[in-house]
Write a protein that binds this ligand. Structure first.
Ligand code: ARG
Length: 468
């Protein structure tokens, strides 16, 4: 029998011919959604247990269904399961294998549709992924804090417009990334929490006439609140049409990708000869096939590039769902490739960032020499004038004139004579030159959020404690 003549076993009742080979090839999703197998089996087991309570299955029947599902899970985990694209997706592949083993499993799909099944599987998958990603964040954050701690005395210029702005410490700079990744981590907690509502029981669109117990399945699958109370979705139409869990996941990944790409860019700059601030480990650098002297920061360039891929996944999901009428439409089957890719690439990216940072060494002397340009303390000099009572806007101008004098005469700001300083503004009286002392400049910045060494040490201690 050709594929066209053979009717489809799960929904083929009203058809006289099966789908064309091309349609099967075009419509299959098992080549990617097979990754939901563990969640699909968990969902089916919970559903079978609930169906006993609903009077649809005898408990002996549910038991044989459970045994059959366990056997299939083992087969899949061992790589022995034969996935068949003619069965379209992970759900029908597993159901068909199960019914072959356990004929009574023909009752399993009672009060359930693939629409609420796939929504449930994906939410479970996202919750699992968020737990793994959380561990990856913990690792990256610990690495960053450790690196900050080890380089607390490394002074470097901070940049705006990629022009030297004011001196900071390597620790303060690294802790900025700790803040970003801690926010990303919290964002994934929120993604997991929002996914934590059970759609099972929504059926295809309008629930079921059978007396099911949604709270039971929700509880069995761990869709519960902090107190263990089951959480079920409140609207069957939203539940099967909703792809917010995947989209929120992709957004959290995309924003984290942006943060990773900014870190990558800093690392790329720092490891250039022009900066020379840091050296990445050999294991995460590469050479050139032509130029023997090259040591390229490829891991960081790839990390920077991944940001595009995360954004593409987010855009894919947003575009996929935009303008779709309620509720389920087959378009939605294609939500999985971007979701899976975002998760896979994020786990890799977090691990690479962490490993690269763990082996990164700062060049203290180079950093200090770049930060020793007295012009970086021009703002401190304006503050000095403010402390003497001058309005900041006037102080800004006075120091600006002094910078002009220094530039014109080719003398560093802190080496100008007192007479030259007075020529710029008569407020530059005794003591103006004392401002040009990095130690003093840092000590003057012991206020919350600032790079003073004591403040930074406190921050490091705070993070160490919260990351234990
Ligand atoms: N393979 C489908 C998907 O992943 C399963 C849901 C099918 N539902 C339907 N009404 N055809 O979206």
């Amino acid at each position: 029998m050709s594929a066209r003549k053979k009717v489809q076993s799960t929904w083929g009742g009203r058809f006289s011919a099966g789908p064309a080979k091309l349609m099967l090839q075009f419509g299959e999703s098992v080549s990617f959604d097979y990754r939901l197998w563990a969640q699909d089996i968990r969902g089916s087991k919970a559903h079978a247990t609930m169906l006993v309570k609903a009077g649809v299955l005898k408990s002996t029947e549910a038991k044989s269904i459970h045994r059959g599902l366990d056997a299939i899970a083992k087969e899949i985990a061992a790589g022995k399961f034969k996935w068949d694209v003619a069965l379209e997706d992970v759900h029908m592949n597993i159901e068909s294998a199960l019914t072959k083993r356990v004929p009574v499993a023909a009752k399993l799909h009672t009060a359930r549709s693939r629409n609420d099944q796939v929504a449930t599987d994906v939410r479970l998958w996202i919750k699992d992924q968020c737990a793994d990603i959380d561990a990856a964040f913990a690792n990256l954050l610990k690495t960053l804090v450790k690196l900050a701690d080890a380089n607390a005395d490394v002074i470097m210029p901070g940049y705006t417009h990629l022009q030297r702005a004011q001196p900071v410490s390597a620790a303060h700079h690294l802790l900025a990334y700790v803040e970003m990744f801690a926010r990303d981590r919290a964002r994934f907690h929120a993604v997991a929490d929002a996914a934590n509502w059970c759609p099972l029981g929504s059926g295809a669109i309008a629930g079921t006439t059978l007396p099911i117990h949604r709270n039971v399945t929700a509880k069995l699958l761990g869709f519960v609140d902090a107190k263990g109370k089951p959480r079920v979705t409140a609207n069957s139409m939203d539940a099967v049409a909703d792809r917010d869990p995947a989209t929120s996941f992709a957004f959290a990944a995309a924003l984290c990708g942006v943060h990773l790409s900014r870190l990558a860019e800093d690392m790329i700059l720092w490891s250039s000869a022009e900066f020379g601030f840091a050296r990445m480990p050999d294991e995460f650098s590469t050479g050139s096939s032509l130029m023997p002297q090259k040591r390229n920061p490829d891991s960081m360039e790839l990390l920077r590039g991944k940001a595009a891929r995360f954004q593409a996944s987010l855009n894919h999901l947003l575009s996929l769902t935009k303008g779709l009428p309620l509720t389920y439409n087959r378009d939605l089957q294609d939500d999985k490739p971007p979701l899976f890719d975002a998760a896979d690439q994020l786990q890799l990216a977090l691990a690479v960032a962490s490993s690269t940072l763990a082996g990164t060494k700062f060049n203290k002397a180079k950093c200090l020499s770049a930060a020793s340009d007295p012009a970086l303390l021009a703002t401190d000099l304006a503050d000095w004038l403010v402390k003497k009572g001058m309005p900041f806007r006037h102080a800004h101008h006075a120091v600006g004139r002094l910078v002009g004098v220094a530039e014109k005469s080719g003398v560093p700001l802190d080496k100008l004579s007192d007479a030259a300083a007075l020529s710029a503004d008569k407020a530059f009286t005794k003591g103006w030159r004392d401002v040009f002392n990095l130690k003093r400049a840092f000590a003057a910045r012991e206020n919350i959020g600032m790079p003073g060494p004591k403040t930074v040490a406190k921050e490091i201690a705070r993070w160490k404690k919260s990351l234990r």
